[in-house]
Write a protein that binds this ligand. Structure first.
Ligand SMILES: *[C@@H]1O[C@H](CO)[C@@H](O)[C@H](O)[C@H]1NC(C)=O
Ligand SMILES: *[C@@H]1O[C@H](CO)[C@@H](O)[C@H](O)[C@H]1NC(C)=O
Ligand SMILES: *[C@@H]1O[C@H](CO)[C@@H](O)[C@H](O)[C@H]1NC(C)=O
Ligand SMILES: *[C@@H]1O[C@H](CO)[C@@H](O)[C@H](O)[C@H]1NC(C)=O
Ligand SMILES: *[C@@H]1O[C@H](CO)[C@@H](O)[C@H](O)[C@H]1NC(C)=O
Ligand SMILES: *[C@@H]1O[C@H](CO)[C@@H](O)[C@H](O)[C@H]1NC(C)=O
Ligand SMILES: *[C@@H]1O[C@H](CO)[C@@H](O)[C@H](O)[C@H]1NC(C)=O
Ligand SMILES: *[C@@H]1O[C@H](CO)[C@@H](O)[C@H](O)[C@H]1NC(C)=O
Ligand SMILES: CC(=O)N[C@H]1CO[C@H](CO)[C@@H](O)[C@@H]1O
Length: 794
């Protein structure tokens, strides 16, 4: 199952809709009328699909097993306690995840369909408001909803301020931008166009700020940005479908009606792309049997499949819609620029669209080299100011982020401070992994060692060190557990992986010698290439995971200010790390390995006795074997020096300024960089009239004097919180979904659909890229998004 592939093919499969009778016979007829034997997915009307999947009876025993299987893994989620008792800076209400799971389990027979059960599960995942965390069942994986995502014939939107001062208005993307004859992005003449005023009869902001709750983010402005088409997000190797048009988690209704301010309107039918041969089914149960249920004793393929080999990705030389770079890595994730306008002759720009270099086995080396080359060229060309653009950056390889900081700040400590959530099951596995590593080290058994390097090394206490870089003396010394008062939970002692050592890894095989250590040791007087006073970060809030780790070093440790771009109309600040501030994800690829290790009595037996009577007693990987996608935030990240030990995910941190997107910025990122430089490097920085009213000077921001190690003012401004939480209009849901869980949790609401990208395994990523490449090879149409994505792949 390669979702990247599915999604792209879905957008080029033609739909010649024909809806007939009800439930699955009609869906099957539509499927047969539209299916293309060469495509992986078939596009049929959404309402017909919805009728079909809503007729799948509840699979009670199956779902019971799914829930039991999920339960053990969910105990490893580092944020359970904090979500129940959030800190003051957190923008959402509390949620008791385990109680919600109980409610779902006890209510299985109450659901009107298996699909309704899945909707409740996906909704629960959204309530974590964390880009690392998602729970998505089989039906939601086979069926993807689409309001019309093609840039020219669909309805993607943008939110832009006409002059950079006025509040942004919402427009059809194709009213603002187009692909020009040079296959570049260009503005279209704006005469005669009109902003979107209503969607499906609701005021546009109410509709969109409700729809945005399908994003897996904790910051409402970050959610808002994900509704819209943007260059940076499309250049992420895990491209995001916008949460307005794209495969949102919930059935979006049969059509979308845009009402423009000039009185005209436009209606687009919603479609579903189906990745299952459903042409011969007539009932919901047959849909289930054909498309979802894969036998009672499905094998743990996710854990045992050999990883796909990396496709031969041709080196990138330029990013779509970007100027020619001074330096660019082979995947185009990192690129560096000089600005040609003479007003900015001292400004260098670093664009880091992602750290997810999984498609290239040697990515870390090439990233390290490209970064070094760029910094050398920048300093030797007399550049003294640096804009770091992380728009669209959802993270990736942790040590790529660490390396970035190591080169920007030579000889400065690279320490991090993290914890896992303590739980019986995890303790038992982790203790065993340590014992296995000890045994292997004693035996120096090469065969086993290489195996362990791949699978168990990253979770062995021997390869962790404390935040002050001392090693731990025993499993107990590392594991603790300790009790922390934010959230009132039990965690391991604070630790980090050993960044001075090339051997232990952060769950991937790509290791390099971090600059400043080993053969890359630097003289103590090595100057940093830029003065932190002359640096600024720019983010659309999408920053998370590895990007969040980098952001923490740069903004708190090195006191570099950050500018947020976009966000909801209105005054006030925005956060620059909006997706997750957690520092390690466990995904669908990794979680079955933990379940397998739990049951592994080879080499060292697991001491499972003390888990008797707990959810771990019968731990199986049934849920993932059956196609449930699960992602968890495994590791909390903390601010070094913060004595309150509040996980950063719970901490409010305002950017130093928020600026609007203008139409020019939408088609050319140079306009984003020069505006950011104007704001940050002015004689009186961060007093620019381009900073949205009230967006500067929050007590959690660097320019307001946030001290290293401190959290600053943890009272978020009132309008930082979500403005809309409900989904009901005149008693009718406009988007099906959220009401189910909110019955159990006061004032709750939740996340995207974009999360499935982050739980793609490495193998899936590689396969997906390979599939994409072959698809791009055969594609010679003129669709903008395809050109952009195919452009990235060379
Ligand atoms: C079943 O769900 C309803 C609605 O969400 C909730 O009020 C009720 O408490 C649940 N029942 C059980 C047994 O969990
Ligand atoms: C009204 O605005 C829409 C959206 O920009 C545009 O397509 C349409 O041509 C406009 N209609 C008139 C009559 O100006
Ligand atoms: C599905 O939606 C389309 C477009 O709005 C409509 O024409 C059709 O009647 C609907 N069909 C069903 C079965 O609801
Ligand atoms: C439906 O069944 C026929 C006859 O067995 C078969 O040829 C066809 O491929 C099936 N269609 C699908 C979509 O599975
Ligand atoms: C490797 O370890 C296994 C299991 O302990 C043992 O049977 C085998 O003899 C060892 N091989 C070598 C070369 O030490
Ligand atoms: C380093 O951290 C460990 C574990 O937290 C602690 O026991 C030790 O005293 C610390 N050492 C120093 C020098 O601070
Ligand atoms: C159990 O552990 C051994 C050694 O670590 C490994 O070779 C084997 O593949 C593991 N089995 C499973 C099911 O994970
Ligand atoms: C685990 O399964 C066994 C055998 O079915 C059962 O007796 C036991 O109660 C289960 N444990 C838990 C905690 O559910
Ligand atoms: C709702 C939604 O947009 N989900 C999508 C998010 O992005 C990934 C990657 O493109 C898709 O696979 C999801 O389906």
């Amino acid at each position: 199952m390669h979702r990247l592939h599915v999604w792209l093919l879905a957008t080029i499969t033609l739909f010649s809709g024909l809806a007939t009778s009800s439930d699955c016979a009609a869906a099957a007829a539509s499927y047969n009328a539209n299916s293309d034997p060469d495509a992986l997915t078939t596009v049929i009307p959404a309402n017909v699909t919805y009728d079909c999947i809503s007729s799948i009876p509840v699979q009670k025993d199956y779902s019971q097993r799914i829930l039991e299987s999920l339960r053990a893994w969910i105990e490893l989620e580092s944020q359970l306690e904090c979500l129940r008792k959030p800190s003051k800076g957190y923008l959402w209400d509390s949620i008791n995840v385990l109680a919600e799971l109980d409610r779902i389990t006890n209510n299985l027979t109450e659901y009107t369909s298996q699909y309704a059960f899945e909707v409740d599960l996906i909704t629960l995942g959204l309530h974590f408001h964390d880009f690392h965390t998602m729970i998505k069942g089989g039906i939601n994986t086979i069926v993807q909803w689409d309001r019309g995502r093609q840039w020219d014939r669909g309805i993607p939107l943008v939110s832009v301020s006409s002059d950079g001062f006025e509040d942004p208005r919402v427009y059809l993307f194709s009213d603002v931008a187009e692909i020009d004859t040079n296959h570049n992005l260009a503005l279209v003449p704006s005469s005669g166009i009109s902003p979107v005023q209503t969607i499906n009869g609701l005021p546009v902001q109410q509709f969109l700020q409700t729809q945005q709750l399908v994003a897996y983010s904790h910051d409402p402005d970050t959610m808002y940005n994900q509704l819209f088409l943007s260059i940076p997000q499309s250049l992420n190797p895990m491209p995001q479908v916008t949460t307005f048009t794209g495969s949102s988690a919930f059935y979006p209704g049969s059509e979308t009606r845009l009402g423009f301010e000039n009185g005209s309107d436009y209606t687009k039918a919603t479609t579903a792309s189906i990745s299952c041969a459903m042409g011969n089914i007539t009932t919901g149960q047959e849909f289930w049997d054909t498309c979802i249920y894969s036998g009672d004793e499905a094998s743990a393929t996710a854990a045992t499949d050999p990883p796909a080999t990396a496709p031969d990705v041709p080196a990138m030389t330029r990013l779509f819609a970007h100027p020619d770079p001074v330096a660019i890595d082979p995947l185009g994730l990192f690129s560096g620029y000089f600005l040609h306008d003479s007003d900015y002759s001292d400004v260098a720009v670093m664009v880091i669209r992602s750290f997810a270099g999984f498609a290239l086995d040697t990515y870390m080396e090439s990233f390290q080299h490209t970064l070094q080359t760029f910094l050398e060229q920048a300093t030797s060309s007399g550049k003294t100011k640096l804009v770091i653009d992380v728009q669209g950056n959802g993270g990736g390889l942790v040590n790529a982020g660490v390396e970035l900081v190591a080169q920007l700040f030579p000889n400065s400590p690279l320490d991090q401070k993290g914890t896992y959530r303590a739980s019986t099951g995890y303790e038992i596995i982790l203790e065993r992994q340590g014992a296995v590593l000890d045994l292997v080290n004693q035996q120096s058994n090469g065969t086993i060692e290489s195996l362990l390097n791949e699978v168990t090394h990253p979770l062995s206490w021997q390869v962790f060190m404390s935040p002050n870089t001392s090693g731990f003396s025993s499993f107990k010394d590392w594991y603790g557990p300790q009790h922390l008062s934010p959230g009132d939970g039990s965690y391991t002692n604070f630790f980090q992986t050993d960044y001075t050592n090339t051997d232990p890894s952060d769950l991937n095989d790509q290791e390099i010698q971090i600059t400043g250590y080993g053969e890359r040791i630097l003289p103590l007087d090595t100057p940093p290439p830029f003065d932190p006073k002359n640096m600024v970060l720019v983010s659309d809030g999408f920053c998370g995971s590895t990007c969040a780790i980098v952001h923490e070093y740069l903004t708190n440790v090195h006191q570099i200010p950050a500018i947020a771009v976009g966000g909801r109309p209105g005054s006030g600040p925005m956060q620059t790390v909006g997706n997750t501030k957690g520092s390690q994800a466990f995904n669908t690829d990794w979680l079955p390995i933990l379940a397998a290790e739990w049951n592994n009595d080879t080499l060292v037996a697991t001491d499972r006795a003390k888990a008797k009577g707990t959810v771990f007693e019968n731990w199986s990987s049934f849920a993932i074997d059956q196609g449930t996608l699960l992602g968890l935030n495994a590791k909390n990240n903390y601010r070094i020096g913060d004595g309150s030990n509040t996980p950063l995910q719970m901490v409010y941190t305002a950017a130093d300024c928020k600026m609007w997107y203008t139409p020019k910025m939408l088609v050319d990122p140079v306009h984003v960089w020069s505006r950011a430089a104007d704001i940050a490097f002015a004689e009186k920085p961060f007093t620019s009239e381009y900073c949205v009213k009230g967006s500067t000077g929050h007590g959690s921001s660097v320019t307001r004097g946030l001290k290293k190690g401190s959290l600053g003012d943890q009272t978020p401004p009132a309008n930082a919180k979500p403005q809309y939480l409900g989904w009901l209009k005149d008693g009718v849901e406009i988007v099906q979904g959220f009401s189910l869980v909110s019955a159990g949790v006061e004032g709750e609401s939740g996340g995207n659909g974009s999360g499935s990208s982050i739980v793609l395994s490495d193998a899936e990523m590689k396969q997906g890229l390979s599939d994409l490449k072959s698809m791009c090879g055969g594609y010679d149409g003129d669709r903008w998004l395809f050109k952009m994505i195919c452009g990235v792949l060379g």
